[in-house]
Design a protein around this ligand. Sequence first.
Ligand code: PEP
Ligand code: MG
Length: 909
Amino acid sequence: MATTKSSKSQKVYFFGNGKADGNRHMKDLLGGKGSGLAEMTNAGLPVPPGFTISTEVCSIYYDQKGHIPTPIDKAISENLKRLEKVASATLGSSSNPLLVSVRSGAKFSMPGMMDTILNLGLNDEAVEGFKARTKNGRFAYDSYRRFIQMFGNVVLEIPKEAFEHEFDAVKKSAGARQDTDLDEAALRQVVDRYKKVVRDRAKREFPQNPREQLQMARDAVFRSWMNPRAIEYRRIYDIPDHIGTAVNVQMMVFGNTGDRSGTGVGFTRNPATGKKEFYGEFLINAQGEDVVAGIRTPQPIRELEQVMPKAYKQLREITTRLEKHYKDVQDFEFTIQDERLFMLQTRSGKRTGYAAVVIATDLVDEKLITPKEAVLLVDPESLTQLLSPGFDPDEWKKIPTVTTGLPASPGAASGQVVFTADEAVEWTKQGKQVILVRRETVPDDIHGMFVSQGILTATGGMTSHAAVVGRQMGKPSVVGAGGLEIHDSAKVFKVGGQTVREGEFISFDGLTGEVKIARVASRPSEILQVLNKTLPPKKSDIYQRFERLLTWADKFRRLGVRANADQPDQAELAYAFGARGIGLCRTEHMFFGEGRIPIVQRMILAEKEADRRRALSELLPLQRDDFYGVFKGMHGEPVTIRTIDPPLHEFLPKREELMVDIARMEALNQKGPELDEKRRVLARVEQLHEFNPMLGHRGVRLGISYPEITEMQTRAIIEAACRCAKEGFSVVPEIMIPLVGIVKELKDQKAIVDRVAAEVMKEQGVKVKYLVGTMIEVPRGSIRADEIATEAQFFSFGTNDLTQLTFGFSRDDIGKFLRVYQDKKILEKDPFATIDTEGVGDLVRIGVERGRKTRADLKLGICGEHGGDAASVHFFHTVGLDYVSASPYRVPVARLAAAQAALATRVGD
Ligand code: PEP
Ligand code: MG
């Protein structure tokens, strides 16, 4: 946990009576919920009063091993007094008791991951006071038994079943069919039995002192920050562990006092499609968590208009106001107590990537936000959802729909049925694609949801756990498919007279909610169809919006965005995605092209230079044509071509396979040229064998040992450029030497490049401009960047190798221990996915500073995988690079992230 600020600073923040200590800008301290409650209170909206214990207290709780210092306890008592005054009720009073909820609320929303306690303050005396005040003994005792159950489970860690068992016993003896059939006397019995459960299981009496209840509940919420599912959630969403949760203590309002009460959640726009429509659900006569828990299927929010028109109208007015105020879609929670509306939460609504783009462009059209604000409103990562596949409509139509559920999160999902999250993980490890089918999902299912192709549930609404989490993960999800009859233990579900077993294939469409029993092929996203010119842009609304948003982004960014591509079609696609240049063309990928491997092998097996040159001259026209295609595909934008990088043995057959073949041939006495050739190849493979190829004979080291390879590659590049020039198409190739750590390495290679380039230009009678530079991917390269820049006209940081060599973590083997490192909090993130700004990042910074000291106009880029990672792009912007280069599909992410970096705001902050 982070060290906390001075204990003198405020730790508890009050809200109530139209005034709050906090506001919307204090999410770090108050959490999302606390800051929203403060902001709504200040805006004069109907919010039940309360106070927020800040996230700093959570840090103190962990720093001091569960002890909260007296001054903070005192501040809590003072705020409690203030709350009692505003609420005109007293905690634990036998005549007019105050009841409170105690709820978690971190800076980033973590739906259902942490704990909540409702109805706190009830005890044997207060329940009588509550009965007197509400004139409803049944309601009072039902509230009390709910409180003991929740407190017993969350705070005292008694399994829910222990309480459910007692509840069912009373129901049975009373002959009740529904929970609501129990009268006050029966509920009193339940309370007594629950208290006994506490006594037996927790070895203590149920605490009667409300102040003690509050303290215990507060600490339980702090503890829930570190429960396994919350930790897993943070790992998936890259939420730091040290930020902690706030605790909100708020006066209870009741949605379960009868048919004139209710509770609900909603969005100001559709979070799945982005459509401008009032969206959400409510339950009549229900308390808080019933809606999100997905246990009862709620009614659509529009139906509230018929049931309670006044409250509905007020809710619409308030939420419209909130959307305007926050300039973003709001996700809200409300309770209606005896027709009186209370707002319990407002926050920016989580949405699919699709909806994010629709909403951002709509809000600009509605003049609610500017294009700059629209650019900041979309999470760059979510754009990848728009590029994911859908079903081929013709194939989809052929298969009958067995049931239709609620379309909670768009996308095409097809896979084998599994019934538990653990199985989903297990089967995925075996390389299978699965769909997780559950009656309803619970926060503990998160790991299974994460690996599944899609999530299908039988109950729950559009804001149930499965829906909310599915949308956020960008997983296709269909929920509340009531036609499904799930038999977990038998591992089957029945639907429309058919039985589907574990392992059978099903498919569903997250945009329509249709479910089918079959494996259905999917097809590319609409945006890809437009980019591949199979769909006219005018016919795709989402393409037009995507394009508008990214065009706005381009206006704000300083960083250039290039792509890593080594085929003409990849270059075309990258260009269509908005890349303006290739940051890395890996020429060895061209060696793997069709029919080329035998030539490459001949080149490697050659014992004499003359033989090697002969093989290289066969490769020359092939490489030249590739380069020409790539230049054309990039429409004259700069193209960085890297000379060969991997060790030569990668192009030869595997040692073990050769040995087996030879042994077999010898055993069968198959003598002849084939066996001789195999033996020759094996001898060369053994000669080239390295114990650690990643640190071996690769990169510039190859070019130095075999200068004829660099010569051939330079010739191919310059000949292709000359051909372009002759066609009136100008390109400036950037020839890049990999893995340089010593300036003399680069000097050696540069001399070859310059010599061959001059020869080719003379032969061709054409002059073309070209640059020679290097990759900075060896730590020594960064440290000696000033020296290296005397030879290099540009640097491209190879952050894959730079990460590998800085940490000493193998790129290929980190998977074996990364998880343990993350679990033990030694590393928060995978450094191969998001740049380690402190270590590797420092080497980049040093490389930039020292390189530019020698050569002020040194061109600087990055071509490691980090170029397509939004957080890393922010860093590269800050450190002053000229461009990032990402894989073609991540180019839109990089464009948007670069704009956000320039606007110096991070989404979610
Ligand atoms: C790098 O090391 O970052 C890089 C881009 O090169 P490669 O991944 O080909 O080693
Ligand atoms: Mg590299």
